[in-house]
Design a protein around this ligand. Structure first.
Ligand code: PGA
Length: 233
């Protein structure tokens, strides 16, 4: 399974160095990817874990103050990049068009996008989950070759579940994953949103899940180790 760690905008430099040495002790047969703050990408030195970014510019390298281009990420050996996280869609008004642009730049630079999709609490209450997810997937993957499209890792993250402790029922997850896999049978699909070392016992019974995108848990290496162990047993 793929376990992607989304540190979000957390950890000072000193804290990141300590965190990284704790991550170096993680033992698992799963593929773990850490996505630290962009500031620390150049400090990454782990052998047991791969490197991802939390974002990329929708522009190529050049006169775009404050932006980090895909060419710069690959020069730091970044192999994966989260795109379209709901926090960026909501707070920074990131559009599906920009997300599509980012995905193209990443794939052209041999970086695998981890595309986040998911519905709000309101959309869920209105029964619009599948419709929203399909629209997000279609717009984000527009004009890609099949070869490129199949490389993308999708992360289904219901917005109402992120950081709240609430997770969808296994039936709800199966319904969404089945729908995604109907249209995108070759893409890996992760689950994200309050996954932790307790509810993993429930989540791991859903065979459609190809891995997890972890926010809060990513910052707690001991609990992360216990999550990974439960996933193996
Ligand atoms: P969470 O975050 O695990 O803290 O809910 C997941 C995410 O936002 O990627």
């Amino acid at each position: 399974m793929i376990i992607a760690l989304n540190n979000k905008s957390n950890l000072t430099k000193t804290e990141f160095i300590t965190y990284q040495s704790e991550l170096s002790k993680i033992k698992t047969t799963h593929q773990v990817i850490v996505c630290p703050s962009s500031l620390y990408l150049g400090l990454f030195n782990l052998k047991n874990i791969e490197l991802g970014s939390q974002n990329v510019s929708s522009f190529t390298m050049g006169a775009h103050t404050g932006e980090i281009a895909a060419q710069q990420l690959i020069s730091l050996n970044v192999k994966y990049c989260i795109v379209g996280h709901s926090e960026r869609r909501e707070k920074l008004k990131e559009t599906d068009e920009q997300i599509n642009q980012k995905i193209k730049l990443l794939l052209n630079n041999n970086i695998i996008p981890i595309l986040c999709i998911g519905e709000s609490a309101t959309a869920k209450a209105e029964g619009k989950t599948l419709e929203i997810i399909q629209k997000q997937l279609q717009e984000a993957t527009q004009d890609l070759s099949l070869e490129h499209r199949e490389k993308i890792i999708f992360a289904y993250e219901p917005i109402w579940s992120i950081g709240t402790g609430n997770i969808p029922t296994p039936q709800e997850i199966v319904e969404v994953f089945t729908k995604i896999k109907e249209s995108y049978p070759h893409n890996k699909v992760l689950y994200g949103g309050s996954a932790n070392d307790t509810n993993i016992d429930t989540l791991k019974k859903v065979p459609e899940i190809d891995g997890y995108l972890l926010g809060g848990l990513s910052l707690q290496p001991k609990k992360l180790q216990s999550f990974l162990e439960k996933l193996e047993n």
